[in-house]
Write a protein that binds this ligand. Structure first.
Ligand code: TYD
Length: 203
């Protein structure tokens, strides 16, 4: 049985969060045990690192080291044990976000990220990544209607253009894992695309 690890990605304002709970319910209705979690975060230590990442000024290497430190703790304490029990793990962002935000957005060295990824993950990768893609200008309008911006959300459109390109590069490198969701569609159409693509893959 395909129990697996599903991640949700996209620039801030793409609307991924509202679909995570819906997918959890859809999978539970099919008899699966489901765990919802997020990055940076998911453990007490990683949630403290998240607070620093979102609000404390730092350079791109420090950002990268902190996201991978948080990820290491999260994998060891939560994700790997859940997968070992046969639980399906839904994670709001994972390493593709590091390649997109620190690599693309901040312009940090991708080779260093590849090295950190291999040290921290020991080969672990999501089985499926739902990438909510939409133009940065539209995402900015959606964010403007939401709450106060953190260090990433307050970046300008050129930053989010580079983040989007970072996601596109990761998707091109792992086409079997990525499902690109057209996040410009109305919410019901987005959900229909998610359910249909997972069904086609035997979920
Ligand atoms: P998110 O969970 O989308 O925040 P929100 O609570 O606003 O929905 O993500 C938090 C921010 O962290 C987001 O702007 C992207 C950033 N981030 C990175 O820069 N690198 C990473 O590796 C991860 C996982 C997130």
């Amino acid at each position: 049985m395909n129990h697996g690890f599903i991640t949700f990605e996209g620039i801030d304002g793409a609307g991924k969060s509202s679909h995570i709970e819906a997918l959890a319910q859809w999978l539970r209705a099919r008899g699966r045990e489901v765990l919802l979690t997020r990055e940076p975060g998911g453990t007490a230590l990683a949630e403290r690192l998240r607070e620093l990442l979102l609000h404390q000024p730092m350079d791109a290497l420090t950002e990268s080291l902190l996201v991978f430190a948080a990820r290491r703790d999260h994998l060891r304490q939560v994700i790997e044990p859940a997968l070992a029990r046969g639980t399906t793990v839904l994670c709001d962002r994972f390493t593709d976000a590091t390649f997109a935000y620190q690599g693309g957005g901040r312009g940090f060295d991708g080779q260093v990220l590849v090295q950190l990824e291999s040290w921290v993950q020991q080969g672990r990768q999501p089985d499926v990544t739902l990438w909510f893609d939409l133009p940065p200008a539209v995402a900015a309008q959606r964010r403007a209607a939401a709450r106060a911006a953190d260090r990433f959300e307050s970046e300008d459109e050129t930053f989010f253009t580079r983040v989007r390109e970072g996601y596109a590069a990761r998707a091109a490198a792992a086409p079997g894992r990525f499902i690109r969701i057209d996040a410009l569609q109305p919410r019901e159409a987005v959900w229909a695309q998610i359910a249909q693509s997972l069904e086609e893959r035997g979920w």
